[in-house]
Ligand binder design. Structure first.
Ligand code: 5GP
Ligand code: MN
Length: 333
């Protein structure tokens, strides 16, 4: 029997689909530091809406990461809102709150927002909200939307969606990738999704400087007695290799792979002296709670936050937050 949550979700999906049918102009909105889930989801939904003859723009406050520029329509993204129709609906994807989309979208009214997301604690900030926090990727939710719209799942759309799903499940390694997710992925491959290209781009192509920095991180990381594995990438190191934050994609995953690491963290210094913190968990410690305590958010096993410098103070705050979460967890057991 369908659960009360399932009933609400089905109604939410219907309402979102109706809103998409009823409008002609759209902006697909990505969160800051866009990842493969938000980009793949936005491009897939944009392609589907364009196939219905609708006007679609793709807005992001950043460049498309280099390894995602193979995706169809990725060359049509824009970094300003110029040319957006006054009646456009803004489709916010893969973000728990509106602020994650950056300053330019902070004042968009709820009545113009469609919110499609899978984060725990999503604030349902849109006029229409389709949120399933148990789903592995926003891409899965977008697949449901596209299917309910009755659009054809072309190989291009399938490639965008599979990119989202592969990335947000850590290439199917996370426990979020159960039988249903694997079956969906198989269906997308059958529809023509280019699995080989996706995995090549996401996992077998790292920039020269990114690979060198990975070497330095593996050389320098610390592992505490209580299983906290962390490392820092300074602006100076980035300058040495002519690298940027996008060259650091998933270096934190290499820290989580260290035996006995329960929580892995990478501190990435920004030009303004703040630190972007990427957190990963082996599965026992809720790093979303840690990130929240530090002003950020995310998922149980993958989360992030921005911390002010200096580095020492940021490290101490981080260690204290992880230990508080570990203590709360052992207290609850
Ligand atoms: P990453 O380490 O890949 O940058 O981020 C991992 C996940 O944490 C993202 O998918 C996102 O869900 C979440 N996340 C990262 N940074 C932030 C942040 O500053 N605020 C919130 N709410 N979530 C974040
Ligand atoms: Mn996601």
């Amino acid at each position: 029997m369908i659960s009360p949550d399932g009933v609400r979700t089905a109604a939410d999906l219907r309402a979102v689909v109706q809103a998409l049918r009823d409008h002609e102009h759209f902006v697909m909105c990505a969160h800051e530091k866009p990842d493969a889930d938000v980009i793949g989801s936005g491009l897939a939904l944009g392609l589907a809406l364009r196939s219905l003859g609708k006007d679609v723009r793709y807005y992001l406050d950043d460049e498309v990461p280099r390894n995602l520029r193979f995706l169809p329509d990725s060359d049509r993204t824009q970094r300003t809102l110029t040319g957006v129709h006054p009646d456009a609906l803004y489709v916010f994807l893969d973000m728990s709150d509106q602020a994650r989309a950056g300053d330019a979208l902070r004042s968009v009214a709820p009545a113009r927002i469609v919110n499609i997301d899978h984060h725990l604690g999503n604030q349902r900030f849109g006029g229409w909200n389709y949120v399933v926090d148990t789903e592995a990727a926003t891409g899965v939710l977008v697949l449901n939307v596209i299917a309910a719209l009755g659009c054809s799942l072309t190989p291009d759309i399938a490639t965008c969606l599979l990119t989202a799903i592969i990335s947000d499940t850590g290439c199917f390694m996370y426990s979020s990738a159960g039988p249903a997710t694997l079956r969906l992925a198989a269906a997308l491959v059958t529809l023509g999704a280019d699995k080989d290209r996706i995995t090549e781009q996401l996992y077998q192509t790292r920039s020269y400087s990114g690979q060198k920095i990975l070497g330095r991180v593996l050389e320098d990381f610390k592992l505490t007695e209580d299983g906290i594995c962390y490392a820092t990438v300074s602006q100076e190191l980035l300058r040495t290799y002519g690298a940027g934050h996008e060259d650091l994609e998933d270096i934190v995953g290499a820290l989580r792979a260290v035996e006995h690491a329960e929580v892995a963290a990478l501190f990435k210094e920004s030009p303004d002296g703040t630190y972007r913190l990427s957190l990963r968990s082996r599965g026992r410690v809720n790093v979303m709670a840690v990130a929240k305590a530090l002003g950020g958010g995310g998922h149980f096993r993958a989360a992030g936050a921005t911390l002010p410098g200096p580095l020492d103070a940021a490290l101490q705050r981080f260690l204290a937050a992880v230990r508080a979460e570990m203590a709360a967890r052992s207290g609850a057991e």
